[in-house]
Structure formats: C-alpha cells, structure tokens
Design a protein around this ligand. Sequence first.
Ligand code: C2E
Ligand code: MG
Ligand code: MG
Ligand code: MG
Length: 285
Amino acid sequence: SAKREHSGEPKWFDPAIDEATAKYAELDRQLRAALKSGEVKPYYQPMIDLTSGRIVGFEALARWRRSDGTFIPPSEFITLAEETGMIGELSEVLFRQACLDAAKWPRTIRLSFNVSPAQFSSRSFGRKMLETLAETGLSPQQLEVEVTESMFVKDVQLVSALLEELREAGVHIAIDDFGTGYSSLSQLSRLRFDKLKIDRSFVSSFLDDARQAMIIRAMIGLGRGLGMKTIAEGIEEASQAETLQLLGCHQGQGFLFSRAVPAEQAATMLQMTWPVKPEGNTAVN
Ligand code: C2E
Ligand code: MG
Ligand code: MG
Ligand code: MG
C-alpha cells in the first residue's frame, strides 16, 4: 500500500510475500508426500471418433485429491512441480501408472500422455519413457505423447531429437492446444506430428463466430492436408460435435462425452457409443 511505501519498512519484510512463500513451501511439501502415498493419480478422458462415436483412446490427466477431500487442479500442482523441478519425478509416477492401466485396454485403444516442456531438458527423457513401456508391457504404438508449442522455446534441436527418438520407436506425437502458442505454423514445418489438437478456445466459440469458424475450418484442412489426425478438445455441446464432424475433424474430446474418470470407470466405458453422426449426413472421414 501507499502507506507502507512511505513507512521506510523494507518491502522484503512484506508479510503478504512471507505468507505466499510459506504457502508455496507447504504445497510443495504436501505434493511430495502425496506422490509417495499415491494421492496423485492419472484419470482418463475418452477421445471419440466423430464418425463412429466410439472411443479411440484416453488422455491421462493428473488428479490430486488430498486426504481431507480437497481437490487441487493440475494447473496449480503441475505448475508448482515445473517450478520446483519435481515435474520429472511426478511424471514418472503418473506415466508408470498410466501404462499399467492402459496395458489392460484393447491394443487399438491409445493412451495419450502430456509432457511438460521442462522434461525436455533431460537427454534421457525418451529412453526412460521407452523403458517404462517395456517394463509395463504397453507397446510404443499404443502411446501418444502430447506436447505444446511452448516447448519449442527450448533448444529446438534437442527437443526435435528427443521426439524423433520416440517416433522411431512407434510412439505418436500430438501437438496440444494448437493455435494458442507462439508461431504455431513454423512448428508444423519443423517436425512431423501425428495429431493436431485444436484448442478448446476455438471450439467453444466457432458456432457463434464466423471468423472463429473460418479459423477452425482452416486448422482442420491444414491438419488433414499434412496427413495428421485432427481432434477438437473441449466439446461440450452436441451441435459442436456434429458440425466438427461435417467439417472433417476426425476426433473429439470434451464434457459432452465424458470428463476424466478413474481407471476402473474408463475400462467400463469402452463399450459405449455416442450419437455423434447426424442422420443422413454425407461427410467423408
Ligand atoms: P490439456 O492437456 O490441454 O488438457 C485438457 C484440459 O481440458 C483438461 O484440464 C480437461 O479436464 C479439460 N477439458 C476437457 N474437456 C473439457 C470441456 O469440455 N470443457 C472444459 N471447460 N474443459 C475441458 P485439466 O485436467 O485441468 O488439465 C489442465 C492442463 O494441465 C492440461 O491441459 C495439461 O496441460 C496439464 N496436465 C494435466 N495432467 C498432466 C500431466 O499428467 N502431465 C503434464 N505434464 N501436464 C498435465
Ligand atoms: Mg493434453
Ligand atoms: Mg489440450
Ligand atoms: Mg488445453
């Protein structure tokens, strides 16, 4: 406050800053404990083929529910783990569990796993992932790794080499939150991706906004033209799914179909079909 500034009190004794630091340290301590006790787990959100209405894969999404019942969103604890350097450890635990869960699914059902930009600073990143696959019995062909455009602000050569190592083993690479990052298009020319994930922000607005609709059409065309699968995230309404299907988008994901659910529930969802294709529509997929 203005009063404080004139009080002559050095601002590093600001009790508000002290409190924030203490909270941060406490959350860090709790996250470490939670990781050990298994409070942090992957949940699974289905990815749906927009023509057949069937599940083609699940995205693993980290969930942390504390013993007192409170829920901490990944936007908080993933960011924290990235800042404190715990992300490698956290990812290893989550990835191993996700592989064990996915190894029980039919071989045609893919596991999608999010990778943080911070993980790309480790040379052994790809090798470790392949080792975990081998140990858990999940085939590399069944895995898809989701990366965001922000990881390319890192060493582009190293990132590309690490992703190529995985691709050569048969792992699919998806570019997540497409369209929101920095120089999206140059990333596509640099590296081969198997899948383009259209960011939720476009999906939520394209039905009421002609400009967003044009952009989403262009993204689907671009993805298809480059031989990638296209998937739209954040589908909440049937009309969005139907229109995306007509525009040639291959897959969809969102609360319309399901939120992320625990592994046991995901397994029972495999038999479900969602009514995505409107009667008599002639779109080719
Ligand atoms: P993301 O990879 O883009 O994941 C999609 C996010 O959108 C998820 O949020 C999901 O719950 C949410 N979502 C899905 N469908 C809908 C919908 O129809 N409407 C709305 N409003 N939201 C929807 P979540 O689980 O909170 O995760 C947020 C972000 O945290 C993820 O974005 C991802 O970047 C990161 N994250 C989550 N789990 C992991 C993980 O295990 N490792 C890493 N490195 N990052 C993770
Ligand atoms: Mg993702
Ligand atoms: Mg995404
Ligand atoms: Mg997103």
